[in-house]
Design a protein around this ligand. Sequence first.
Ligand code: MN
Length: 245
Amino acid sequence: MRERGSDGPVIGITASPRTTVVADRELRTEAVTEFYVQTLVQAGAVPVILPVHGPLSEAVLDWLDAVALTGGGDIDPTLYGQEPRPELYGLDSVRDRFEIDLVRKAIDRDLPLMAICRGHQVLNVALGGTLVQDLEAQRPNSLAHRQAEAWEEPSHSVTIEPHSRLADLVGPELVVNSMHHQAIDKPAPDLRPVARAADGVIEAVEATDRLFVLGLQWHPEYLGADHRGFALVKAFVDAARNSQR
Ligand code: MN
């Protein structure tokens, strides 16, 4: 058991593998944008990066106080029983397996979990739900969920369910950013949809029988500490602190 200091809870952030050019060589890299790091640090946490093409070790889970799932490419639809559509991009079956395993193990341990964008979709698939593979193709009347505005700018509002953790933290409505072409279709049995856009797209889910499990279809890390939704990041870090053993 490690010594718990005053540094704050340790939060594992899943990496998003990408190719980086280093000294004219293309190298596969396990990276996160610094927006995630800075947002968690501002909320009082100590972030560590979890390489998703590496092993998921029980020893690492023992050491974490919470887990954050990041954005990225699409999830392989065969994992929720569908044929892939042509609009899919960025499939990474190794990352899918790592993150699905991580979600299930974190929930078994009741580790606080915040799942952002792709992470929110991974959370749903890991627990038995399904996705809309492409909103523009499958729900052509939906809002512009791939916003033209800068990622730091909120672009559409979400209506929040009363009597939810989300409503307790941010109230009945929030304006968020939107950089996704997929969405939750059928929610997993243990997840409650708690926010929707005006077109009905599910924008947040909670697992009500856990200490803290929250999926967000938007990206709080780009909206910063002045956005009202930062209260969600702070509540997540507080839950992580309370779960420190
Ligand atoms: Mn959206």
